[in-house]
Design a protein around this ligand. Sequence first.
Ligand code: FNR
Length: 186
Amino acid sequence: MATVLAIAGSVRTKSFNQMLLRAATELAPAGLTVEAASIHDIPLYNGDLEAESGPPAPVAALKDRIARADGVLLVTPEYNNSLPGVFKNAIDWTSRPSADIARVWGGRPVGVIGATPGSGGTGLAQAAWLPVLRTLGTLPFFGARVQVAHAGKVFDEHGALIDATVRAQLEKYMAGFASFVARLAR
Ligand code: FNR
């Protein structure tokens, strides 16, 4: 049984990306467990804080969860045609100290999906993650895409995925990502 840690890059109560994460969990194929992680408790990166006492406890916990997972799924909003600072802040913390990057991220399969109420589907945010994933030495999954546009119509008021086309795309994505993870798991 492989385990994927899914991290949503929004802390908003009614976050579409948290809804997408939940749907990804529900549509994961047999043999893949998807666990959710939150960036809610991650403070702003501060080099003074790191120098004094190392990564704060929520950062250390997130790093350990990533290191234990067979793969990571980033569920990203798009801000200003790029990735959200709050999300990158959390991932930046997980890259500290840099001597620990290989343990936490090195060779780890990583997928990126995202949702927006706009028409672009987070394609620019997903592309903006690529230099980060390369720098961390991950193995990005390119076998499928989930770029959810018009998210207000794709999820209902309870956060359930109600769009059949997106459901099929997400199911296909999770099946492909599960195979990728199984093939590459360390
Ligand atoms: C946005 N939003 C947005 N959407 C998009 O598709 N492309 C973009 O470039 C931007 N830019 C942007 C900048 C900032 C500062 C904010 C706050 C928002 C809208 C964004 O997709 C929307 O707020 C989503 O609902 C955010 O994701 P969650 O919180 O629903 O997961």
